[in-house]
Design a protein around this ligand. Structure first.
Ligand SMILES: O=C(O)C(=O)C[C@H](O)C(=O)CO
Ligand SMILES: [Zn+2]
Length: 271
């Protein structure tokens, strides 16, 4: 498991490209036949890519957690960015469609993933056990955001959003840009009560997303390729512009489950 310690904003402002990437970009998450984990000390979240190969893949427990199972003291949201596939949680099998989400509550012991799924897992500490539940890609709350004039027309699906599926901390969903639209989350915002991470996907091989991060008055950028993740501290904006349309999974953990309690970072104030 990769370990990423938290950094103060003053430190981030001094970083070169390579250090910014080492600290905040999560590369090589998706490898056939493997489950790969990154642990962030921002709100102690885990981001993982799970790609079952020829045989079903039983989720391992990174030894650094010192627990018997990954979710002994955690919950997880799992989105399938591959084709429809099965996930079995303690002998109950769920068929997870592409862009569907499986919420797995604290205490689940054995989680088995099957091909042809390609799974992104986001996990956070949990104080209690809520029921495991499947959320279809068209369930949850759908927001149509942006305008063609500002190149940011996009559909935001809130799959875990303090709605029908109870979670301790996690809020999670999928945002997809319309063809010809490039900007996500602009105007930008922060939410000092929660960290957020992004997993960019459906980014064309010859395209990249320029992800903006940092304090609004001291921005930096990361150049992000397909199926790479970004760790966004609570004090950082998290916005991106693609060289083509793309999609991303956003996920948050921390305090408050109010999606709209954002602190606006107006375009004209960015530096
Ligand atoms: O397109 C967007 O705007 C987003 O997807 C924004 C994220 O959901 C977010 O930052 C929520 O706090
Ligand atoms: Zn946000």
């Amino acid at each position: 498991m990769q370990n990423r310690y938290a950094c103060a904003p003053e430190h981030v402002a001094t970083m070169r490209t390579s250090e910014l990437r080492e600290r905040f970009l999560v590369e090589d998450l998706f490898v056939s036949g493997e489950a790969r984990f990154t642990y962030s000390h921002y709100d102690r979240v885990i981001m993982a890519g799970i790609v079952p190969g020829d045989a079903p893949l039983t989720l391992p427990t990174p030894e650094e957690l010192h627990t018997e199972h990954l979710l002994d003291r955690r919950e997880a949201g799992i989105v399938n960015i591959g084709q429809e596939a099965e996930v079995t949680v303690d002998s109950v099998t769920y068929t997870v469609p592409r862009e569907g989400l499986l919420y797995v509550g604290r205490g689940a012991r054995e989680i088995v993933f099957s091909a042809p799924g390609r799974f992104y897992l986001y996990s956070a500490p949990a104080h209690t056990a809520y029921p495991t539940k499947l959320v279809g890609p068209d369930e949850g709350n759908v927001l149509d955001l942006g305008e063609q004039e500002t190149s940011n027309k996009r559909k935001l699906r809130q799959l875990l959003y303090n709605g029908d599926v109870k979670t301790c901390q996690i809020m999670m969903g999928v945002t997809r840009l319309e063809a010809g639209s490039m900007w996500n989350t602009m105007p930008a915002h922060t939410h000092d009560r929660r960290m957020e991470s992004y997993l960019y996907f459906d980014v064309a091989d010859d395209a990249r997303v320029i992800h903006l991060m940092g304090e609004p008055s001291e921005t930096r950028h990361l150049v992000v390729a397909n199926e790479q993740g970004v760790i966004s501290p609570s004090w950082s904006i998290h916005s991106g512009v693609g060289t083509r349309a793309y999609a991303f999974i956003w996920a948050m953990a921390g305090e408050n489950q109010a999606f709209d309690d954002m602190d606006a970072a107006p375009v004209t104030g960015l530096r």
